[in-house]
Design a binder for this molecule. Structure first.
Ligand SMILES: NC(=O)c1ccc[n+]([C@@H]2O[C@H](COP(=O)([O-])OP(=O)(O)OC[C@H]3O[C@@H](n4cnc5c(N)ncnc54)[C@H](O)[C@@H]3O)[C@@H](O)[C@H]2O)c1
Ligand SMILES: [Zn+2]
Length: 380
């Protein structure tokens, strides 16, 4: 691992996907360069910025100003904030607005927002005129380190999250670390769980660096850039090796099998943000790995300790309203895990640890072992 950067020059990461290759540009105030980068990439293209109301309040004018300075034609499409926008109705609204804005095959859709806007605008771009290019300008920490890279786009069905979608890679990602200053601390922490995930799943040295530097990442500054760049490099490497998730890309689901069940059990509500579910899920995955003798108990304790120190929930009992509902029921959680779209023919797949920094895919986990483990956790 390299030492953290001491300056604020943007970092550029290459996502080497052949004819679908693109750059991720990370740095403070790089949003100001949006217009120049768009004209360099697609001279003469029209653009439409898709964003949500929260992000629009803080950052839409700046994004538009940058495009206008470079002479780029731009229209704006503002959706409601929150997961509710990632629906058929949301897709219809955005698609119709893109058609009205005369966005054609050589033009660009710009997703300015968190993972919701990125997934929705990316999917709209994927299906508009059978595919229009798009630029990701992620504004949440989760979106900067995870959802804006890798080309997964989509919306939810009333029957489940992300059930409709397409692989559609962006042509550019611009991650301005200064925009995170307006993100709520709780949202920032939730995104941090995905940063820590990269250390836990594939890079012990990065995890150790996070243990010493997490406060500086929250404060902003060079440590933040370094953490985001390291996370994006890790994600890019995995995406390049397995773009369509036939193998290794599943490692990115560390903590997500448990986490998704917890999100579902809390109705995908504000009671548990995605990253918070991932934090608890990652601790459970580490403890389950220890239970199976794959790592020592002190490794699992180390994962929990770091996430707790960053202010994340790490126990099932940390979830608001935990005791009152189906959450305190191993069978209900098992049923929710079985609904996960990653389940193949009834077999539970877990991402488990052989060490901190060494995650493995275990495709045939015996359900009774998981049930016993969860029952024990629910009693503590
Ligand atoms: N495509 C992928 O690979 C992938 C990966 C992970 C998650 N996701 C998806 O991402 C979504 C979650 O993303 P998220 O956590 O970014 O949620 P989000 O997009 O809902 O953003 C969280 C909240 O923060 C606000 N916000 C975002 N940036 C802000 C800023 N700079 N200042 C102030 N407020 C800001 C938003 O308006 C929203 O209220 C889920 O729908 C999930 O399914 C997709
Ligand atoms: Zn996630």
């Amino acid at each position: 691992m390299t030492a953290p950067l001491k300056h604020f020059d943007p970092v550029t990461i290459d996502v080497a996907l052949g004819e679908r290759a693109y750059h991720i540009v990370i740095g403070r105030d790089v949003l100001q360069s949006l217009g120049a980068r768009v004209t360099a990439l697609r001279p003469g293209a029209r653009t439409a910025i898709v964003t949500d109301r929260n992000v629009a309040k803080h950052w839409l004018d700046k994004a538009e100003a940058s495009l206008s300075r470079s002479g780029v034609a731009v229209s704006r499409i503002v959706v409601e904030e929150g997961e509710g926008a990632k629906t058929y109705a949301g897709l219809e609204r955005v698609s119709e607005a893109l058609i009205s804005a005369k966005i054609e095959r050589n033009d660009l859709v710009i997703a300015l927002g968190g993972g919701v806007v990125g997934d929705l605008a990316g999917f709209a771009a994927a299906v508009l005129r059978r595919g229009v290019d798009f630029v990701q300008v992620p504004t949440s920490l989760l979106a900067q380190v995870d959802s804006s890279v890798g080309g997964k786009t989509g919306i939810n069905s009333p029957q489940g999250k992300n059930l409709l979608g397409a692989f559609h890679q962006p042509v550019l990602v611009i991650a301005d670390t200064a925009v995170l200053d307006t993100l709520s601390p709780r949202q920032f922490r939730a995104g941090y769980a995905e940063v820590a995930k990269y250390g836990v799943l594939g890079d012990e040295a990065f995890f150790a660096w996070l243990e010493s530097n997490h406060a500086d990442i929250f404060a902003g500054g060079a440590a933040r850039e370094h953490a985001i760049a390291t996370s994006c490099r890790a994600k890019a490497a995995i995406v390049v090796s397995d773009e369509r998730e036939t193998g290794e890309r599943a490692l990115l689901n560390l903590g997500h099998t448990f986490g998704h069940a917890l999100e579902a059990a809390t109705g995908f509500s504000d009671r548990l943000f995605h990253g918070e579910g991932v934090a608890i899920g990652m601790v459970l995955a580490a403890e389950f790995s220890a239970e199976l003798g794959m790592i020592g108990p002190s490794d699992a304790a180390r994962v929990r300790h770091h996430l707790a120190e960053a202010g994340l929930p790490t126990h099932l009992q940390d979830i608001a309203g935990f005791a009152q509902e189906g959450l305190a029921d191993a069978d209900a959680l098992m049923a929710l895990m079985a609904q996960d779209k990653k389940v193949k023919r009834g077999q539970l797949t877990f991402i488990l640890l052989k060490a901190i920094g060494r995650a493995v895919i275990v495709a045939d986990v015996e359900p009774s072992l998981v049930r016993d483990f969860l029952n024990a956790k629910l009693q503590t």
